[in-house]
Design a protein around this ligand. Structure first.
Ligand SMILES: *Cc1c(COP(=O)(O)O)cnc(C)c1O
Length: 241
């Protein structure tokens, strides 16, 4: 049985390989180790192996772990990658360093209010659904820039979010549909990058550099299409219970 440290080393090697094949620098890709469902003792093994960026998808589950692990580790960065309900927004602002899953203007406004109250600026990514899969959360932009009706709905919301003073947009996030073939997800990742490039062109004063895309089954394809953050759980911890 390989250890968590072995598997992290293996994932890092695959990230480096995918980056080099794409003519990119491995250092420009952040590995977020997805720790959902796993207890603090196993997460501590990942931290010992150098994983300082940790991803959780539920606020309630995360806060206990964050509190436990904070005692021994001061330099962790916690990423919220799952859907956030507005009634958990305050705790999320207090607990996370980057929220990947901002999927509505209303949620952004709520986060802005809590971040202002707490006297901090909050880094966020906008979650987009560019594949049109019904089950996926995120701003609906299936078909990407060719979907003019969706774009007409989307852009005014983005402008409203850009005007919220306590939020700092850093880029976009998506979840690709589950597919058998690794390369089948690639057009979805390419679409997200295309949308990002268009937003950067329209709104050059904001920072759009981050593309959070790619998980255990598809992160090399995401890196080939420009991912700057990959979110990997099973390749590190094994199948979830
Ligand atoms: C669980 C999860 C991941 C990690 O998925 P794996 O297949 O375990 O790598 C990544 N992103 C999101 C949003 C998740 O919920």
């Amino acid at each position: 049985m390989s250890t968590i440290a072995d598997r992290i080393a293996h994932v890092r090697a695959r990230i480096a390989e995918a980056a080099e094949q794409a003519g990119r620098r491995p250092a420009d890709i952040t590995l977020v180790t997805v720790t959902k469902t796993h207890p603090p003792e196993r997460i501590a093994e990942a931290i010992a192996a150098g994983s300082l960026d940790l991803g959780e998808n539920r606020v309630q589950e995360a806060i206990a772990k964050i509190a436990t692990l904070a005692a021994d580790h001061s330099r962790l960065r916690w990423h919220l990658i799952g859907h956030l309900q507005r009634n958990k927004a305050r705790v999320a602002v207090e607990s996370f360093d980057l929220i990947h899953s901002v999927d509505s203007l209303r949620l952004a406004e709520t986060l802005n209010r809590h971040a202002s109250d707490l006297g901090r600026r909050l880094a966020i990514l906008l979650q987009l659904n560019v594949s049109g899969e019904a089950s996926k959360e995120g701003f609906d932009l299936s078909g990407g820039l060719r979907n003019h009706a969706a774009l007409d709905q989307f852009l005014p919301q983005i402008e409203a979010i850009l005007a919220l003073p306590a939020l700092e947009i850093c880029g976009l996030m998506t979840i690709a549909p589950i597919v058998e073939d690794l390369d089948a997800a690639r057009p979805v990742f390419a679409e997200l990058r295309t949308v990002r490039d268009e937003l950067a062109r329209r709104y050059p004063n904001a920072d759009w550099h981050a593309l959070s895309m790619g998980m255990t089954d598809d992160f090399p394809a995401a890196i080939a299409e420009g991912a700057t953050i990959v979110r990997v759980g099973r390749a590190i911890f094994g199948e979830r219970p």
